[in-house]
Design a binder for this molecule. Sequence first.
Ligand code: FUB
Length: 325
Amino acid sequence: MADPSPLVTNLFTADPSAHVFNGKLYLYPSHDRETDIQDNDNGDQYDMNDYHVYSMATIGGPVTDHGIALKSSDVPWVSKQMWAPDAAAKNGRFYLYYPARDKEGIFRVGVAVGERAEGPFVPEPEPIAGSYSIDPACFVDDDGDAYLYFGGIWGGQLQCWRSGTFDQHAYATMEACGDEPALLPRGGKLSPDMKSFAPSGVQEIVINDADGIPIHASQHDRRFFEAAWVHKYAGKYYFSYSTGDTHFLAYAIGDAPLGPFRYAGRLLEPVQGWTTHHSIVEFRGKWWLFYHDTSLSGKNHLRCVKVRELVYDGEGKLGLKEPQA
Ligand code: FUB
C-alpha cells in the first residue's frame, strides 16, 4: 500500500487524537521536539512541553495550526513530558486531557478547559484525582455520559500501580511477565463537570482474548501496552490500543463502554519508528485511522501524523481500505 504523506509538516507531531467538532475535523496531537536525550525504554527522549491543535475542513485539504493551546509552564503541577493528549466536548465547552510528570516524577492526567475546540485551554491547578500513568482518551457516549481511559506500561509507569498506590520499586518489572494476565488499562465514568471521576471511580478495563480468556503477559503481540482509544459502531464499543514492543495497533470489541472487551484483530502493522499510537473517527460518512510514524525525521522521538481510511466488514471487523486499482 502506498505510504500516505504526513498531514502536518510545520512541527513534529504524534499520538493524534481526532474529533469532529462543529463540522470540522480537529486533531489533538503530541508536539515532539528536538532533544539530545538518547532513546531509552523509559521514553525520556519524548520530552514535549506544549500542545498545538490542528483542524481541517476535509481530509486531504489544508490543515490549520491554531498555535499553542496549552504549555507546561501554565500548569503548576507539571514538571515535564507532556505526552499524548485527547479532547472532548460537552455542553458547549471543550476539555483537553493530557498526561505529564508531576514534581515527583509521577505521571498524572490533567484537564484544561476551553471555550473553543482549538483552545486555548485553562488548566485545572491539580491533576484529576484518581488518575495516573499516561495516554488519556475520552469517549462521550450517545447518552452524554463521558468516560476517561488511561494507562501505559514501561515508561508510562502503569506497572507501578499494581497495588493501587505508586510503588517506584515496581518500575523495573516494566510489566507483568510470563504466565500471568497482562496489566490492563484503566478507565472510569467522568462526573458531569468532566473534570473528575464519578463516585464509581476507576477500574481495570478487561481485554480478553478472542476465546474469552484473559490475554497473558507473554502474549506481546496482543496484550495492552499504551494508547487506549474507544469508539462506537453499530451499537458496539471498540477499544483499540498499541501493543508497544511488538508495534501493532490492535482492537477489541465489547457491549459496554467499560468492557469487558474481546480481542478482534489488528488495525495496523508496525510503522517506521518504535511507537505507534492512533485514533479512530467518523467524518463525513467515512471512518478514519489517524496514526503516526517517523518518516519525516527517521528519529523515534520526532514523529509525523498520517491518516488512512478504515472500513468495516459485515461482521463489524475493521480493516484499512485498500486503495482503488
Ligand atoms: O508521545 C509519547 C508517548 O509515546 C505516548 O504517550 C505513547 O503513546 C507513545 O506514542
